[in-house]
Design a protein around this ligand. Sequence first.
Ligand code: AHR
Length: 503
Amino acid sequence: MDKARLTLDPAFAIGAVDRRLFGSFVEHMGRCVYTGIFEPGHPAADADGLRTDVLELVRELGVTLVRYPGGNFVSNYRWEDGVGPVGDRPRRLDLAWRSLESNAFGLNEFMRWAELAGVEPMMAVNLGTRGIVEAAELVEYCNLPDGTAAADLRRKHGVARPHDIRLWCLGNEMDGPWQIGHLTALEYGRLAARAGHAMKRVDPTIQLVAAGSSKADMPTFAAWEATVLEQTYDHVDYLSLHSYYDPESQDEASFRAAAVNLDGFIDDIVATADHVRAKLRRQKRINLALDEWNVWYQSRFTEPEDRPIEDTPALIEDDYTVTDAMVVGNLLISMLRHADRVTVGAQAQLVNIIAPIRTTPGGPAWRQTIYHPFAQTARLAHGTVLRAGVQSPTMSTGRYGEVPVVDAVATLDERSGRLAVFAVNRGTEAVPLDIDLRAFPGLRPGQWIRLAEDDPSIGNTAAAPDRVRPRTEEMPALDGGRATVLLPPVSWHALSFTPEEKP
Ligand code: AHR
């Protein structure tokens, strides 16, 4: 059996772990909001209709930030529809998903939910069917204390204190022909620059995210980023990227190695952003917001045109397997590996829609398999990301050729002294992993948490919600600063090492 080797050294730092990496996404789509986070009349709902069972799972997941209200939905959304007395709110046809939107849940309900969930909001503005005025007025409604029409309207709606939202998305996936109000890179870049300029005039402390490519294989990829950044460079702080991985649209080994694709996608965008920086002769570096990512069985998706108009349809409620969870854990490893440039993340989405949390209307909420690597990584990844020297046997993939079977990254929390190693075995054979920690004298083995099942195709259901869950293993002793752990096929691992207690 070929071994893999992991060598770590505190001298090889990549960057700080930005806690905004552990974000998620709530879109007005399917059952994410309605019967997901909000269900008046549910036995677990609070007085505002917020599901407290879901809130508990969100807090346990360790989500730090939530993007809202879309997604494709935002590109034909009027934020004014979702504020003020609920009885006065219009019922609209949402063109993104051809669904009926009651507007019973809107901005102020979301902000109350975000406060209870303990997450930072990331608000998106509509640059599909709307523009500069509506975006600037939304910032005014959210962030100014009083004395202007929009701020006073918020106060009239019963919210005295400004929401003080720091992070804003300038539209969503405007490169996609499916997007309502889809634009060319130049059209979008000019609009985003002007909207961003106006929004920062309202509140100069906000941070703006320009919309990058909706996937790595968009025909406009890289040219889109270059043009958009040339137009927006001085106004924006982040550039977004979206990346979904479909288990059924590629060979299985390529799917298991999806993080190879994400690594390359990120590297290419960083190169493009830095090219524009050099061309414009600017000092500022643009960081990346991976504000939609996940496993998504996208080939099963029915296009909106082919579905009837419905209220709260059950859309893309994918059931996840152990393999999917390993891939999600590996995508998080890739994000951490790029911690010097990827500083915002939002897994899409939070509840029901391709989500770690599932619910049934009137019934329970449960954790899908992908919940677990996210929750453990969010809990353990603190401090500084360390470059992991990995030597690994390789596996053949249809898309990426030969790739390492084992992938890993580590974080060192300088405050507690805890070292956390995150590792995956993407192959179908068990692999022993030698961990070399000779550069960390004084560490002792802590916890080894692993997600692995004999059958990696199983998942959790409402009837068997904890069939797949992480198990805590006995960590082998460190022998001269080295230990060996056996990684079962298709498995995800978090191993922590803590400072020896002083006598
Ligand atoms: O998350 C589902 C959809 O995927 C989002 O609305 C859109 O931005 C992306 O294409």
